[in-house]
Design a protein around this ligand. Structure first.
Ligand code: 5AD
Ligand code: SF4
Length: 455
């Protein structure tokens, strides 16, 4: 490692979209001959990629950036840059610029490809720069990603969101939907597979709107069909999909495909039609239940996960009971549950009947308790079954163990065996918790096509 090279470190908050953006930021920095470091004290450049989806993401960020002040005072020449979704908010930029003089650079989600120029300007002129574009200018151009993982990769297929759910800030910070042409996606995926990638996750705020703006009669199902034919690729995942746009054609395509995983993440947000209407989700509880029924009829062994927001303005106890009832009815494999967080600029933030924090917390706890039991019961059925796992690496909590995910996206932990990192292996499950399956490798079938057995 050449020690005279400048070093960078990126801190990322938020969703997979942001994690992938950070890979692109890292890719550009590597091309500028910066090297990655894990030690913050060593860094010549620190970038923070922010999230704005809920208030706690913002609070964590301000805590972090505050803590960098001492470092900046100690180290002459340290550059601190902040980008990401939060920087699309004028108010956040104003606060950051005025109260945090340690920050040299502020940039937004629409101009990440300008990072090299911005950094060069700061290196030369040593001033502070704020460059945030209010609007997208077409697609962000293809950029080289620096991937941490050898066998898995994110592939962006559509940027932005047109939905404007009443609680959500995303459309305001990520702009309108823009699909990436098929050719560019296929080219990227073929290259990734040639580099050894076995699993791709197609990314977009609403992947099932894919193609609507392209004008060449291609939709998300068509894209999946094309990708399913890529030799050497083992798994295709996608996120996030909107229940309103999940067509029967898409379900049938997934059923017929070999590589698209049997996992459906379909955020419902609430089980009450009164709340769903206020959220502007575009479906009813009945429509959602019908979708789940059709998925289960077509792909019988699928796992189904969801997101919930509890404590939306005007949520009555009876609305919450409708959510609890739906949870019991659907029997999700997993649910991500969030307390409603008012986001300035969204319609819901201005609605009457905002709920007290205690009410929201109590409902969240009730929902989590019920769902965790359901997740546990579902996982118990997997004891003694054999699942195909793509080994991601050492488990976070135990260095003697590997962790990875099965096709249904369940986290699987097992003792290390051979040099299985990055490989597809067969794991026999012997113990389960609500969020985790434990087992041991029975066969390390590197690169072989596997059939999953359930028992
Ligand atoms: N408050 C709480 N949760 C939210 N989400 C999106 N916006 C908000 C908000 N204002 C949740 C939704 C979405 C997930 C990614 O984040 O459940 O599906
Ligand atoms: Fe992701 Fe939305 Fe957060 Fe941006 S605001 S990082 S798109 S979750």
């Amino acid at each position: 490692m050449e020690d005279n090279k400048k070093k960078y470190l990126i801190i990322t908050y938020g969703c997979q979209m942001n994690i992938h953006d950070s890979e692109l930021l890292a890719g550009m920095l590597e091309e500028m001959e910066y090297h990655q470091t894990a030690e913050i004290e060593e860094a010549d450049l620190i970038l923070i990629n922010t999230c704005i989806i809920r208030e706690n993401a913002e609070l964590k960020f301000f805590g972090k950036v505050g803590s960098l002040k001492a470092l900046k005072e100690k180290k002459a020449g340290l550059i601190i840059g902040v980008g990401g979704c939060m920087m699309q908010s004028d108010q956040a930029v104003k606060e950051l610029y005025q109260k945090y003089p340690q920050v040299d650079l502020i940039f937004g989600t629409h101009n990440i490809h300008h990072l090299p120029d911005l950094i060069k300007r700061i290196e030369q002129e040593r001033g502070r720069i704020v460059e945030v574009w209010k609007q997208e200018e077409g697609l962000i151009p293809d950029l080289p990603a620096k991937r941490e993982n050898i066998s898995q990769a994110w592939v962006s297929i559509i940027q932005g969101c047109n939905n404007f759910c009443s609680y959500c800030i995303v459309p305001y910070v990520r702009g309108r939907e823009r699909s990436r042409p098929v050719a560019g996606i296929m080219q990227e995926v073929n290259k990734l597979v040639a580099d050894g990638v076995k699993e791709i996750t197609l990314l977009g705020q609403n992947v099932n709107s894919y193609g609507q703006d392209l004008g060449d009669e291609v939709d998300f199902a068509d894209l999946l069909q094309k990708l399913d034919k890529v030799d050497g690729l083992a798994r295709i995942r996608y996120m996030t999909s909107h229940p309103r746009d999940f067509s029967q054609k898409l379900i049938d395509t997934i059923r017929k495909s070999e590589k698209v995983c049997e996992h459906f993440h379909l955020p419902i947000q609430s089980g009450s039609n009164h709340i769903l209407t206020k959220m502007k989700r575009g479906y009813t509880r009945e429509k959602y239940l019908d979708l789940i029924k059709r998925i289960r009829e077509t792909v019988p062994d699928a796992s189904i996960t969801t997101d919930f927001i509890v404590g939306f303005p005007g949520e009555r106890e009876e609305d919450f009971i409708a959510t609890m009832d739906l949870v019991n009815q659907v029997q999700f494999d997993l649910a991500f549950t969030f307390i409603y967080s008012p986001r300035t600029g969204t319609p819901a933030a201005g609605m009457a009947n905002q709920l007290e924090p205690e009410v929201k917390k109590e409902r969240l706890n009730r929902l989590m308790k019920t769902q965790n039991l359901i997740s546990l019961e579902k996982n118990k059925k997997l004891i003694n079954s054999i699942v195909e796992v793509l080994v991601e690496g050492e488990s976070k909590n135990n260095r003697m163990m590997y962790s990875g995910r099965d096709r249904k996206n369940k986290l699987v932990i097992f003792p290390k065996k051979d040099n299985a990192k990055g490989a597809l292996v067969r794991v026999k499950i012997n113990r389960v918790q609500s969020f985790t399956l434990f087992g041991e490798i029975i066969e390390a079938s590197f690169n072989k096509k596997l059939v999953v057995e359930t028992g």
